[in-house]
Design a protein around this ligand. Structure first.
Ligand SMILES: [Zn+2]
Ligand SMILES: [Zn+2]
Length: 164
């Protein structure tokens, strides 16, 4: 059984597979190993899972699948805090889908991590969601994966213009 199969089926946990990826891809960029892991996981899901079934199933059921659970941990590790307010003390973060087009092969630009408060705000106003999603998308997609952290200088600049 290969590594991703073991991870998807809970034979190894996220910390264990991340350690292996860090050994392979280094620790120079904090979340590069996680980003590569996400990429590999999506490729693995594309080859081994029933994509159409996952795509068509009820969203609340999809959130319970091993594919989503495996991905969720990687996304939380990459972002590490709320992408709207920077809150890093929330014990439980939400992952919001910017769109559902790529489900179940969501990449980084399809998802954002929010604290509970911001997620509620986010859904309060449809127009606001659309505007924020567009901004998040344009901001993330023009960046390389290693620059998307709010703590990077580019991330901070983007937030500064966005929060005005
Ligand atoms: Zn927040
Ligand atoms: Zn949401």
């Amino acid at each position: 059984m290969d590594l991703l199969s073991k991870y998807l089926n809970n034979s190894i946990n996220f910390d264990e597979i991340l350690k292996i990826y860090k050994e392979s891809y280094g620790t120079k960029f904090d979340f590069l190993p996680s980003a590569i892991l996400l990429y590999d996981l999506n490729n693995y899901i594309a080859e081994h899972s029933e994509i159409e079934k996952l795509r068509r199933m009820d969203y609340s059921l999809y959130l319970k699948t091993k594919e989503w659970r495996a991905k969720r941990k990687i996304i939380l590790n990459i972002y590490g805090h709320c992408q709207l307010c920077g809150n890093n003390k929330e014990p439980f973060y939400h992952i919001h889908h910017n769109n559902y087009e790529n489900l179940p092969l969501e990449g980084l630009t399809d998802l954002i991590v929010l604290c509970e408060y911001c997620h509620n705000q986010f859904h309060r106003d449809r127009e606001t969601i659309t505007e924020y999603s567009k901004m998040m998308m344009s901001w993330i997609s023009e960046d390389e994966t290693v620059n998307i952290s709010r703590n990077s200088s580019e991330g901070r600049a983007k937030y500064a213009e966005w929060e005005q």
